[in-house]
Design a protein around this ligand. Structure first.
Ligand SMILES: *Cc1c(COP(=O)(O)O)cnc(C)c1O
Length: 496
């Protein structure tokens, strides 16, 4: 097995190990860590078709986390993908309306963020041990709704860690907010900010870049790390389920060995689809990576004309976890399109910071042919949720709805009948109000939890534990601050 090291997308600095990259989250120069190369599979797809989720996870992750011992990595995997998931398959595939829905929402907080955030705390505490870190790790996270809860659930009461989550006060669903503010755990802190997700993310990035703050923390026995999707400890576990999905289709003889499939991913920060891109580059037979956006269609425009331009109105949609204008993980793709030229990538990122946009050159654009961009309006999204329900009795959430709507028009426009996996990123119970409204306007005036019960009846699915829990749970967090006061909120929480 080849040793994989990690370096920044913005400067040709000394490469570091996987465990060091997991601990740091973001590089000192503000860049993202990328592997020295994308490793190829060591096992055949046929062999992996005979493995369970944990075994596939090991086969994939060991290729990236090469400074972890077999025992260390297997221990992390065992602790992550256990009874916290409500199905032994961990990520089941459901066939409906001419596609395979890869359900990534069977973890503790019923969104796909659990796939990576149930293992990240274990990867991080293992990394701390390996690197003789004595400080407590403080996880600082900005969330558009789902990362926050999944990170809180993952890190709650994990010894040697604390976690502080910022969310846009008016930018998440009622259920998402309730899930976060009721979070238990002595080491958890949740703050709503007056601002949107990009403000929260920028605020967190600024705190990370603050050298004075880092020194103050070190004195008090703390150091920051990030649970955001920029952490390679998030990215690597996300590659696993694409490999798993392909090998299940192979096992069930839905495809032949080596047959190309398409993958559709409802996208915000570009983390989930980047993982699919890495999987493809490892050797997974994927034809098109279809990147689905909601009305915040920065990525659609980027794929169309090569210009990434965040200067536009920020739209609040019914798929809040995709209401994002700065897709952080896209930087890893840009870096690759630059042929690993960190300086060139850094100049694009500088231009994004100062002018809010950049344009890639023609060669780079040509290398984007693996991707297809699409977007869905609110109307398209509601329409497809309703029609999939009516045709199959299958109820999808609004984010998955965006992907399904984009796929529907892709198929109509291209006639491409390649077998397709749609990443289903949240349980419909997390976005009950919008989902029920899509199915019938008569639900509009019902109360949140009455709608939950109605959804359960209609879809013939049990109410997930994650929802049952918050029906009566007391609010434990009520801190609200301005987007300019985030640093102070962190200091208050840590008592520094
Ligand atoms: C986070 C999230 C997304 C977007 O994923 P990215 O990796 O940020 O592109 C889509 N759907 C749901 C439900 C999410 O929580």
């Amino acid at each position: 097995m080849k040793n994989i090291t990690y370096s920044s997308t913005r400067s040709a600095s000394e490469p570091i190990s996987a465990s060091q990259a997991i601990l740091k989250g973001l590089a000192d120069d503000g860049g993202l860590f990328v592997p020295s190369e994308i490793p190829a599979f060591e096992c055949s797809l046929k062999e992996m078709a005979e493995m369970d989720y944990k075994q596939v996870a090991y086969e994939v992750m060991k290729l990236y986390l090469t400074d972890f011992t077999e025992a260390e990595l297997k221990n992390c995997i065992d602790n992550a993908y256990d009874a916290k998931f409500d199905t032994e398959e961990i990520a089941p595939l459901v066939q409906a309306s001419g596609a395979y829905f890869l359900e990534l929402f069977h973890g503790a907080t019923i969104a796909f963020k659990d796939m990576a955030l149930s293992i990240l705390p274990h990867l991080m505490t293992t990394s701390a041990k390996k690197n003789n870190i004595k400080n407590d790790i403080v996880i600082l996270t900005a969330t558009s709704g789902d990362t926050g809860k999944a990170a809180l659930a993952g890190f709650a009461d994990v010894p040697g860690t604390k976690i502080c989550v910022f969310y846009p006060k008016n930018g998440v669903s009622a259920i998402q907010e309730k899930q976060m503010v009721t979070q238990k755990g002595e080491n958890t802190h949740v703050v709503g900010i007056h601002g949107n997700f990009d403000d929260a993310q920028t605020g967190v990035k600024n705190i990370f870049a603050d050298k004075e703050m880092a020194a103050k923390l070190d004195k008090a026995g703390y150091q920051f790390s990030s649970a955001n999707s920029i952490n390679i400890g998030r990215l690597v576990p996300q590659i696993v389920y694409y490999v798993y999905a392909y090998t299940r289709l192979l096992k069930e003889e839905c495809i032949t060995d080596g047959e190309l499939i398409n993958v559709v991913v409802p996208t915000g920060n570009f983390g989930n689809i980047l993982a699919a891109f890495y999987a493809k580059n490892m050797g997974l037979p994927i034809a098109k990576l279809i990147c689905a956006s909601n009305e915040n269609k920065v990525l659609f425009d980027f794929f169309a004309d090569g210009c990434y331009d965040r200067n536009r109105e920020f739209i609040l949609t019914s798929s809040p976890s995709m209401d994002i204008l700065i897709s952080s993980n896209l930087e890893r793709l840009i870096y690759r399109l630059c042929g690993g030229d960190a300086k060139k990538n850094a100049s694009f990122m500088e231009s994004l910071k100062t002018e809010g946009k950049y344009t890639i050159d023609a060669d780079m654009k040509a290398a984007l042919s693996d991707f297809v961009g699409g977007y869905a309006s609110e109307e398209d999204t509601f329409g497809i949720i309703k029609s999939i329900f009516e045709d199959n009795g299958y109820i999808i959430d609004t984010h998955t709805g965006v992907a399904a709507a984009v796929y529907d028009s892709y198929k109509k426009n291209t006639g491409d009948n390649t077998k397709t996996v749609i990443a289903s990123t949240a349980s419909p119970f997390k976005f009950t109000r919008s989902v029920m409204k899509a199915i019938d306007s008569k639900y509009e005036n019902m109360e949140d939890f009455a709608l939950v019960d109605e959804l359960s009846k209609l879809g013939n699915v049990e109410v997930p534990n994650a929802i049952e829990e918050i029906r009566t749970a007391p609010v434990r967090h009520n801190t609200i601050c301005d987007k300019t006061e985030m640093k102070k909120a962190v200091c208050d929480f840590l008592g520094v």
